[in-house]
Structures are given as structure tokens and as C-alpha cells.
Design a protein around this ligand. Structure first.
Ligand SMILES: Nc1ncnc2c1ncn2[C@@H]1O[C@H](COP(=O)(O)OP(=O)(O)O)[C@@H](O)[C@H]1O
Ligand SMILES: [Mg+2]
Length: 265
């Protein structure tokens, strides 16, 4: 356990549970651009962490390192206390249960909701024929778990709204048994009403004992869902706050540098 944590996760137990994911001293450069410098990051079970920072602060880079898209230059990653090496996105998903939902969502527009949720892992008869009855039943179950309301699991994803598509992408990760959800700007392209639905979806995920990291520019959004807020600035972690113990003003100050953070560059 590092000494950098002063927060208590959602759990009401008086002792802090060990983090399910811990990154220490993560650094990453792209050529001459130092995107991350010695960043620590930790996630406790069933919490929602908002990862905040101005454009270029290093948020997406950190998420991509945790999800196996980029290799870190330095630093260590621990999952359930075990040191891990993440070789690629499949490692992150299959071995560690870490799933990222990016803005483009990687959905197949010309296929229906159920097929998208179980894309490439469809239930089959004898491993050959798709068991459509089970496919639709299972898709229903996953959507119900998250209380996602869609017209039908048979509607093509291309016909859905942005918020609904986001929901399908999250349901897909849930159906694959993922336990850590990294959401990079999930509401950026959405209207207000749909943003609220995605917020609710994030809270529903934690009811399913999942842990969520959400990147967002929208502080209103973040203050509704996050238990803790972690602020990056110029590739360094400058602050960690518990939502109930901070204000939007303080967070904006940390993001802009008006408030001197814990790490100074
Ligand atoms: N693939 C890449 N190639 C070169 N530079 C990159 C790449 N990805 C990110 N960067 C740079 O790294 C820094 C951090 O970027 P990023 O992690 O995307 O920030 P954020 O998500 O907080 O806006 C920026 O200066 C960005 O230009
Ligand atoms: Mg980004």
C-alpha cells in the first residue's frame, strides 16, 4: 500500500481494502513529448474514479497504458497485489479483466444489439452454429443488469442514439466478465439527457461490483458519479481528492495550475 492515499473507497469498512489495480511511477514519452512522468494511480474495488486534466495532460495515455494499448517507458503495474506485465489489449481484457470503452466504441453498425454485445463470443451449438435464442436471452440479461432500456436487442446498432451506443459498448464489456471499466470521454458527444443516462449506467456498474475510471471534461458530470478525483497536469499527478471533500473550484484550480498541486513541474 502506498502512502499517497488518504481516501476511503465506497466500502464502509474501516480498514482500506487493497487496491485492485495499482500503477507506480508510470512514465511515457512520444519522441520529445513527455506525456507522463512518474504517475501513480490506484483503484479500489467498486469505486468510480474521475481522471481529470486539461487537453494533453496525459489522461488517455495513462488509460491506454493500463489497457495495454501503449507500452510504458517506466513504472510498475500491480493487479490484486501481483506485479503484471500487460503485453497488449487482449492481455488486459482476458487476464486482468480491464476493458476500455473508447469514443469510437468499436461497434458494428450493421449488426444488432445482441450480436454486438457477444461479438466473437456468441453462444453456439457444438462451437459451429450460433445459438440465437441464447444470444438474445443473454443479451437481455446483461442489459437488465445495467437497467439499460433499448427498443429491442434485435435492432441494428447503427439505428441507436449516441447514449444507447455507449450503453451497448459498456454492456459488451460487462458480458465479457470485465471488472475494471475505463471510459474515455463517454459523454463528450452526447446531449444532456443522454449524458445523465450514461452517468446512471456508471452507477449501475458499481452496483454490479465493478470499478470504473471515467475521463471527462464535464465537471458537473464527474461530480455526480465519482467517489475520487485524480488530476493530471502536464503529465504529472497533481492532486487526488475525495468528491465529498472538494469543490469544483478546487478541481478547476488543480487542472489549470491556479492551485499548486502535490507534484510541481
Ligand atoms: N500517439 C501519440 N503520438 C505522439 N504524441 C502523443 C500520442 N498520444 C499522445 N501524445 C501526446 O502526449 C500528450 C498527452 O496526450 P493525451 O494522453 O492524449 O492527453 P489527454 O488525454 O489528457 O488530452 C500530448 O502532448 C499528446 O500530444
Ligand atoms: Mg484524451
Amino acid at each position: 500500500m502506498t502512502a499517497t492515499i488518504s481516501s476511503k473507497p465506497r466500502s464502509s469498512s474501516s480498514t482500506l481494502p487493497p487496491p485492485i489495480l495499482e500503477a507506480k511511477g508510470i512514465s511515457k514519452a512520444f519522441g520529445h513529448v513527455q506525456a507522463l512522468t512518474g504517475v501513480d494511480f490506484e483503484l479500489y474495488p467498486e469505486e468510480v474514479v474521475a481522471l481529470l486534466g486539461d487537453n494533453g495532460a496525459g489522461k488517455s495515455t495513462l488509460i491506454k497504458i493500463l489497457s495495454g494499448v501503449y507500452r510504458k517507458d517506466a513504472g510498475e503495474i500491480y493487479v490484486d497485489g501481483h506485479h503484471v506485465t500487460i503485453h497488449g489489449p487482449l492481455d488486459a481484457q482476458h487476464l486482468l479483466g480491464i476493458s476500455t470503452v473508447y469514443q469510437d466504441l468499436a461497434l458494428v453498425d450493421v449488426r444488432d444489439v445482441a450480436s454486438n454485445i457477444y461479438l466473437n463470443v456468441e453462444p453456439t451449438f457444438f462451437g459451429i452454429f450460433i445459438d440465437f435464442r441464447k444470444l438474445y436471452e443473454d443479451a437481455h440479461k446483461v442489459l437488465n443488469q445495467l437497467r439499460i432500456d433499448l427498443p429491442s436487442v434485435r435492432v441494428n446498432v447503427g439505428e441507436l442514439s449516441g447514449g444507447q451506443r455507449q450503453a451497448v459498448a459498456i454492456a459488451r464489456a460487462l458480458a465479457r466478465g470485465q471488472r475494471i471499466f475505463l471510459l474515455d470521454e463517454p459523454t463528450a458527444a452526447l446531449g444532456v439527457e443522454q449524458q445523465a443516462k450514461v452517468n446512471q449506467l456508471i452507477l449501475n456498474l458499481t452496483e454490479q461490483a465493478k470499478t470504473v475510471v471515467v475521463i471527462s471534461h464535464n465537471l458537473e458530470h464527474v461530480f455526480t458519479v465519482a467517489d475520487r478525483l485524480i488530476v493530471l497536469r502536464h503529465g504529472r499527478r497533481v492532486g487526488t481528492r475525495i468528491r465529498s471533500e472538494t469543490t469544483k473550484e478546487e478541481i478547476v484550480g488543480l487542472i489549470t495550475g491556479a492551485i499548486r498541486g502535490d507534484a510541481v513541474d
